[in-house]
Structures are given as C-alpha cells and as structure tokens.
Design a protein around this ligand. Structure first.
Ligand SMILES: [Zn+2]
Length: 211
C-alpha cells in the first residue's frame, strides 16, 4: 500500500519536529589545555607573541605554539598547550585522570564558570605563575550556531542525550549541555577520558536521542 499524501505530510512534519535527532554532530576530543588572560600570558612569555599553530572550529579559538608545565601537589605535566586568543579569565581544563595525577580536586564545570575552583602552578621557559583558581574538568557540551539552534529547537543550557557510535564502544552520554553562540559551529566537545570511553576517532559523530 502506498503512502497517502496526508500520511506523507504527517511523516514529514514529525521528521521536522525531530530534526535535532537526525543531525550528525561532529565529535571533538579536547586534550588538557590552558587559557590565559593577557596579564598572565605576559608573565609566562614576556615580549613573545602568541602564534597560531592550528585554527580551531569555534569562533576565533586557536591552538597556539606555546607550551607550559602544570604543577600540582602530586605531580607535574609538561607540554600542555595554551589556546588563544587571551581571555578575560585564566582557566585550565583537565580530564579527571589528569586532575587526579596532579593531585587537584577539580569540579566539572562549563567553560568560564571558575568561581570557587582550585588553583594551580604554571611554569614556562621564562617564568612561573601560581593561580588561586581556574582549574576545571570541562563539562561535555555541544556548540550550536544561533540560527541552527532555532531550526533544531535547541536552547542554551538544555541537556541532551547523545549516542556516539564507534566500532566497539558505542555509548550514550547523558548531561550534554547545549551552548548557543553566533560564531559557533555545530560540534560536540568531550575530554580525553570521555573520548576513550566511547572509542572516539577523528571522524566520530554523535546524534541526539530521546530515551
Ligand atoms: Zn567547546
């Protein structure tokens, strides 16, 4: 039996209503990294420009050519990359595994929400700096461009479940927070612990699902 025009129309309407469930979301795994204020950057790299090594997908974010060493009560981590451009606050984003190795109890937070977070010592070839706050474990999130968010029926702060398919570690991740911005590009950001959990590869995609 063929679909009637009315059935077909209803089918199309339901697909549009659930458009967000059909979109393939590229998944990006963020390694540990550092954001700095211009003030803090100048202490670590006085007189040295921050050069772009690789452009990132969101806004004007880029991976810089500058590396630092992070020092915590239990250990240190070398060659941690600074992301540019400089921001209004200094923030260090670690995975839980990184935080544990450094001996730092960091909370899971969205970028920019650093109130009450622990500090850390940062060493460069030219100087060092002790921050009294700024260490977070980045909360997994999905960047959505403003017009795309309207089309998909998504809004900032919304929590969704995402299915990430991989050869042997397909997983559903709950508590993925939607972040909407004019200069965002559709992309999900997870950290290295989460990337390992779902067997993420460079071409991994996620889909929003209704459980
Ligand atoms: Zn992000």
């Amino acid at each position: 039996m063929s679909l009637s025009a009315a059935n077909l129309q209803n089918e199309v309407i339901s697909i549009i209503a659930d458009l967000k469930n059909y979109i393939k979301i590229p998944v990006g795994v963020s390694n540990k990294h550092v954001h700095l204020t211009q003030h803090d950057y100048d202490i670590l790299f006085p007189g040295e420009p921050m050069n772009m090594k690789k452009k990132l997908n969101q806004g004007d974010d880029f991976a810089s050519d500058k590396l630092v060493t992070l020092v915590g009560p239990k250990g240190k981590m070398e060659n941690v990359r600074i992301l540019g451009p400089c921001r209004k606050y200094s923030q260090i984003e670690l995975s839980m595994t990184d935080a544990r190795a450094l001996g730092i109890k960091a909370p899971v937070r969205l970028s920019g929400n650093i109130e009450g977070t622990p500090g850390i010592k940062i060493i460069s070839p030219h100087g060092e700096l002790t921050l009294d706050r700024g260490v977070i474990i980045a909360k997994r999130h999905i960047h959505v461009q403003t017009d795309d968010a309207k089309l998909l029926g998504l809004h900032s702060g919304q929590k969704v479940v995402v299915k990430i398919e991989s050869t042997e570690r397909t997983a559903y991740l709950d508590d993925c927070e939607i972040r909407v911005g004019d200069d965002f590009t559709l992309e999900m950001h997870i950290d290295t612990d989460e990337g390992n959990t779902v067997g993420a590869a460079p071409d991994s995609i996620g889909r929003i699902v209704n459980l």
